[in-house]
Design a protein around this ligand. Structure first.
Ligand code: ADP
Ligand code: MG
Length: 689
């Protein structure tokens, strides 16, 4: 059956459907009602309360009159049942209704009842004419209401029309089941065809929920099956670069160079990495650790284990500032160890770049620290054994995959400071192993966080001055929204000028993304070295920047930042032994959501708690950045609300993938026809061949 076989489908309507993404009968079936009108609640007019209930009433048309003029012109239809009267009022479609209804007709009205004095009335009720009064059987049903859009309205595609089309499709075609029998029966999921019936022609509202769960399961199952296959094909079945136990570089670093003892979280994570590296299949691991938990040290440990085994390594960061910083950290930690470390970023001159590429290809360079410049085609490794991606949520899946696809199947370690609830992480990033790195280094004192209005500015400035005179350093952060970069840079620049005037004795600098690489580098170097006391900055310092001596952060126009972003920013301070202070200064009176965010920041410093609140606030799509994260936009499922379905889908998908990875069993034939194209699309999207 084709869509064009449907009645009342003009080319204009076909066009409107097409524009809404509907080009096959199945697409139309997948268009689910966004709500239902429960017409099964029929009430006698005499029993109405008129407090806004939505009901069905029946009666005989007594009177039809048009009243009022101009915009007040309306049709009033009175119906009577057992001597009680109710009126329906229409301001639109008057002549159409006049043609449809006649006094004496038996009708049903569906709508919301209002009471005016002792009269009951419905505005714009839905009307159906009945053969006999009280013949409620034909209307005792749940009526689906389909989502409308401009295209539909223009082509006069009503939800009644959609519903009639769907009824035809359901009788004339048989949407085939592709979930294996065993899954449907063990989870009690309705069959696909039955589920469509339950969605489009439900007997009761409970049934619509059952059916919807099946479709949620369906899409989550396909997703999990694709993750299972990626994991199976690209991780488990691939041998990673072969490594033996850690050697002298690693031992020297941990036993002689590192100036502090590792936290339990760091030790545990390092054990897991070591386990991965020294047992055959390639590593594909995610470290989730709150800001300041000390992920860099763990990354260095992993790099050294690989270098001990004669391999090259890569350490990729999302910004130039962060790549620089990592480069300097590595250089200072490993300076005495005779390891060649090079920095590779976008803006380097050709000669230097050529030299770098030669050194990487020749195998002299042992650690390449850099931005996404690392994953460009022109960068050829001699023997890449391990790649670490810092702040991985800042990269897209494609960028991750391009390291994945490198010759020799390098081990892969990705690190993120955006904690998402563990159970959610395990199901969403199910192609990765996850280490949750709990705890912060000892001796950290919580950052004192306060919300202050502009009236306190002078007081805050005096505090800032005092703090700097005692040797502390500060960040002053301004928001920067990409669409209006120029304007917002103005805020930061003006703030910078004001501060310079106010504190002539202090060294103050301004940093933002528009500066040249060398300029940024110089400023950060001077800030690290303590030569700059106040760093005025846009959010370029948001990720990863580590200057332990900086202990004050003032966030201007704080109401404009997201919750996770505020947490990341605040994570720049509280890294050293000084007492730290974060002062949130709203630029204008914050709205309700902003107040909630700011209050949350004052209340807690627990990254997981903040992430959970942010997830609730923004919804999963926005929070996880689905486009970036590589998650599909699920049509029916909500990965937070429907976590239990997600868990079931994961379990079933992994079982099937274990048992029959290529879906060759006869019971998986239908599944294969649906899954293979899905997987092809997903893996292309992922950038996996
Ligand atoms: P993040 O996890 O946010 O990337 P970093 O790796 O930047 O955190 O570490 C934050 C700071 O804590 C750095 O200055 C680092 O040297 C320091 N640090 C890391 N581990 C420890 C530890 N076990 N004890 C004390 N300080 C540590
Ligand atoms: Mg970091």
């Amino acid at each position: 059956m084709k869509l064009t076989d449907l009645p009342n489908l003009s080319s204009k309507r076909a066009d409107a459907l097409q524009k809404s993404g509907i080009s096959t009968p199945e697409d139309l079936l997948m268009l689910f009602p966004h709500r239902y009108i429960d017409r099964t609640r029929v009430q006698a007019i005499s029993e109405l309360s008129g407090t806004g209930e939505s009901v069905t009433v029946t009666g005989t048309v007594k009177k039809m009159e048009v009243a009022g003029f101009g915009r007040k012109r309306r049709l009033i239809v009175s119906i009577e049942h057992n001597h009680s009267i109710l009126t329906g009022v229409w301001f639109r479609g008057i002549s159409w209704l006049q043609g449809m209804l006649n006094p004496g007709d038996r009708v049903a009205f569906f709508g919301t009842v209002k009471r005016y004095g002792n009269r009951f009335s419905m505005a714009h009720p839905d009307v159906e004419t009945l053969k006999n009064e009280g013949d409620t059987e034909e209307l005792s049903r749940i009526v689906p209401v389909y989502p409308a859009n401009k295209e539909f309205a223009r082509a006069k595609i009503t939800h009644k029309l959609i519903h009639s089309w769907i009824r035809i499709i359901l009788t004339e075609s048989n949407p085939s089941e592709f979930l294996p029998e065993s899954i449907c029966s063990s989870l009690g999921l309705p069959k696909r065809r039955d589920a469509f019936e339950m969605i489009h022609n439900p007997q009761n509202l409970k049934e619509t929920g059952t059916a919807l769960d099946r479709f949620k399961f369906e899409e989550l199952f396909l997703f999990e099956l694709s993750m299972a296959r990626i994991r199976h094909r690209f991780v488990e079945k691939k041998q990673g670069p072969e490594m033996k136990e850690p050697g002298s570089y690693t031992h020297r670093f941990f036993n002689e160079i590192l100036p502090f003892t590792l936290t339990d979280g760091q030790k545990q994570t390092l054990r897991e990495i070591r386990q991965d590296l020294f047992t055959g299949p390639r590593m594909h691991r995610l470290i989730q650790g709150d800001v300041g938990s000390g992920k860099t040290v763990v990354a260095i440990g992993a790099l050294l284990m690989a270098i001990d085994n004669g391999y090259q390594t890569a350490f990729m960061a999302p910004t130039e500032i962060l790549a620089e910083q990592h480069y300097h950290t590595l250089a200072s930690f490993l300076g005495d160890m005779d390891i060649e470390i090079r920095l590779l970023t976008g803006g380097q001159n050709r000669k230097l770049r050529q030299d770098l590429l030669t050194s990487i290809e020749g195998g002299q360079c042992q650690i390449v620290v850099g931005t996404h410049a690392i994953i460009q085609e022109s960068v050829r490794f001699h023997n890449l054994g391990l790649a670490v991606i810092d702040e991985q949520h800042r990269f897209g899946v494609k960028q991750r995959a391009s390291l994945f696809e490198r010759d020799g199947n390098p081990h892969l370690l990705v690190m993120s400071a955006t904690p998402i609830p563990r159970s959610l992480a395990m199901t969403l990033y199910s192609d990765l192993d996850i280490s949750v790195m709990a705890g912060l280094p000892a001796g950290r004192r919580p950052v004192k966080t306060a919300l202050r209005t502009d009236r306190k500015r002078e007081e805050i400035y005096r505090f800032l001055e005092q703090n700097c005179s005692e040797g502390g350093q500060a960040y002053v952060i301004y928001p920067l929204i990409e669409e209006s970069e120029v304007m917002d840079l103005k805020d930061a620049t003006m703030g910078f000028e004001k501060l310079k005037k106010r504190f002539p004795g202090l060294e103050i600098s301004l940093i933002h993304g528009r500066l040249k690489r060398e300029e940024k580098e110089e400023i950060m170097q001077r800030f690290h070295a303590g030569e700059i006391q106040i760093l005025v900055s846009t959010t370029v310092v948001e990720v990863g920047v580590d200057v332990p001596n900086a202990n004050v952060m003032i966030i201007e126009q704080a109401e404009r930042f997201g919750l996770s972003q505020l947490h990341q920013l605040r994570g720049r301070i509280g890294r050293g032994s000084r007492e730290s202070y974060c002062i949130l200064m709203p630029g204008e009176k914050p709205g309700k959501a902003a107040r909630f965010r700011l209050r949350k920041m004052v209340e807690t410093q627990d990254g997981f708690e903040i992430a959970e609140a942010d997830l609730k606030l923004r919804g999963p799509g926005d929070f996880l950045g689905t486009k970036q994260s590589g998650l599909p936009d699920f049509r029916y499922a909500d990965i937070v609300e429907d976590q239990w379905i997600l868990a079931q889908a994961k379990e079933k998908a992994w079982q099937i993938n274990d048992k029959d990875p290529d879906l060759k069993l006869p019971g998986h034939k239908q599944l294969r026809t649906v899954f293979e194209p899905y997987f092809k699309e997903r893996s292309e999207y992922y950038g996996l061949g």
